[in-house]
Ligand binder design. Structure first.
Ligand SMILES: [Zn+2]
Length: 285
């Protein structure tokens, strides 16, 4: 837990960070006392005392997780939701004032848990740590007929600059399979924000040689490092997987300033029925 409530406060008080050992606070979900943990190696956080019966399962966070959350104001982070149907409580990683929820997922997640959170939040975007897929991503880029540039016709107006759009022919080789049939948008982060940009130039030349169709744009390592890939939910599993390339800074800035990536009531699913060669396909979402 990154943020706790001050002692003797209520759920509306401003939350506080753990800055040094020995602090006390309240868990915003169960209102039980928590203590700060500020060791040398672990990320500073709040923890429950042993044998507490918190209603929320707080999981340890990785630097990747923490870095993503910190892109947004404290008051948007770790927002507690009460499920009136089940009585359960959930904590959204980030909830924007527009009610859009962002969940950052580093580890694998079960199909059931994924669906349950999609159903609970509804207005939800997943941001997935796909750094382990980076090499596969480069490999698949070098294959002709993969990463085919697509023209799309959108019903929704993108508020975020879309740098490119393409159809990925073998998406299961690029992204963790679990996410390909997600019913809400999934954003893959293939590279940590701080990751180095001086990757082997040879790899990029090789991609170009093997796949002359690929644009120079894609084979800039900086582009690959800075780009998030947003996969739109598909109406049918047979529909092609289409990914929108978005600069990570644009993603954060648009959400911070506009509270959404698409305006105003985007229906984010593909609905094209006629099968055409991918390059001539037009999509509506
Ligand atoms: Zn608690």
């Amino acid at each position: 837990m990154l943020l706790a409530l001050p002692l003797n406060s209520n759920a509306d008080n401003q939350k506080i960070r753990a800055t040094k050992s020995g602090q006390r606070g309240l868990c915003p979900a169960c209102m039980q006392e928590v203590y700060s943990r500020c060791g040398k190696y672990r990320i500073k956080h709040w923890a429950h005392f042993p044998n507490c019966n918190c209603v929320v399962q707080w999981k340890p966070e990785t630097p990747w997780h923490r870095q993503w959350k910190s892109e947004f104001p404290d008051e948007w982070q770790e927002v507690v939701h009460h499920d009136e149907k089940t009585g359960e409580k959930h904590v959204a990683d980030v909830k924007l004032p527009t009610n859009l929820v962002l969940e950052f997922q580093h580890s694998s997640i079960s199909e059931g848990e994924l669906q349950s959170r999609n159903n609970f939040y509804k207005n939800l975007f997943w941001v997935v740590d796909a750094r382990s897929s980076f090499e596969n991503f480069l490999k698949e880029m070098s294959l002709p007929d993969n990463f085919v540039k697509a023209k799309i016709k959108m019903k929704a107006v993108p508020l975020v600059p879309i740098r490119d759009c393409c159809i990925i022919s073998n998406p299961e080789k690029v992204f963790p399979k679990r996410w390909l049939n997600c019913t809400v948008p999934v954003i893959f982060d293939l590279s940590g924000k701080e990751d180095s940009c001086d990757d082997n130039v040879e790899t990029l030349d090789k991609i170009k040689t093997l796949n002359p169709k690929i644009s120079d744009f894609y084979t800039s390592i900086l582009f690959i490092r800075q780009t998030l890939w947003l996969l739109l939910p598909r109406a049918n599993q047979q529909d092609p997987v289409m990914a929108l390339a978005i600069h990570r800074n644009d993603f954060v800035e648009t959400l911070r300033s506009k509270g959404q990536l698409f305006a105003p009531f985007a229906i984010l699913s593909l609905s094209e029925k006629k099968v055409l060669p991918p390059i001539r396909r037009k999509f509506h979402f």
